[in-house]
Ligand binder design. Structure first.
Ligand code: CA
Length: 218
């Protein structure tokens, strides 16, 4: 899952990035509204964290432009403390959730997880396919109840497939959702990760659909 952070405070931005990467997300960040708007329009994100007070273009305008351009990714707006008018304006402009500054990173992560889950139609924090279970809160993956250790990239890939269980996911889509912008993207590595995941979790878990991509069945 890939997240965009649009936040102009360098310390907060860095901190958010670190926290999210540790939680298993691919992360891009923009320091002003103009760059943020551009990234949100041209890249594929599973969720966006958007500060409202931004240089160049303010957060509400950015959000409004995304929605008018048909961009539907879930957006969590960061508001100034106690500013109820910011919250209302954010929700009216098409935000899916908000969080007032200062906030605990645990709360931010929990809200993001819920947003991403809902956007992909999953009600539970635990994602299941056959004998494989992923607890998106702890990042724990089990096979028949036994813990299985995955690398960060394997986890990202499996998480995306589990969130989109039953759908055919192309290699391009996987690349767009498990790597950040700066990553040297090589589509051959996807095949390598799939092979490793099959070795760890069973060959039948992921089906290859020739010429189209991959699919997880129940
Ligand atoms: Ca700001």
């Amino acid at each position: 899952m890939r997240i965009l952070i649009v936040e102009d405070e360098p310390n907060l931005s860095r901190q958010l990035r670190q926290t999210l990467e540790q939680a298993g997300y691919a992360v891009d960040s923009a320091m002003d509204g103009e760059e943020g708007q551009y990234l949100g329009e041209t890249e594929q994100y599973d969720a966006v964290i958007l500060d409202l007070g931004l240089p160049e273009v303010d957060g509400l305008t950015v959000l409004d432009r995304w929605r008018k351009a048909g961009r539907k990714m879930p957006v969590l707006v960061l508001t100034a403390r106690d500013s109820w008018s910011d919250k209302v304006a954010g929700l009216d402009a098409g935000a899916d959730d908000y969080l007032a500054k200062p906030f605990q990173s645990e709360e931010l992560i929990a809200r993001l997880r819920a947003l991403i889950r809902r956007a992909s139609g999953n009600a539970s924090a635990e994602l299941v396919a056959g004998d494989v279970r992923m607890d998106t809160r702890s990042g724990r993956v089990t096979l028949n109840g036994e813990p299985v250790k995955l690398t960060a990239q394997e986890y990202k890939l499996l998480s995306y497939l589990l969130h989109h269980k039953g759908k055919v996911v192309s290699r391009t889509e996987l690349i767009e959702h498990i790597y950040d912008q700066d990553f040297d993207r090589d589509s051959n590595t996807i095949e390598v990760f799939i092979t490793r995941i099959r070795k760890k979790l069973g060959a039948e878990l992921i089906t290859t659909i020739r010429g189209l991509g991959y699919s997880l069945e129940d």
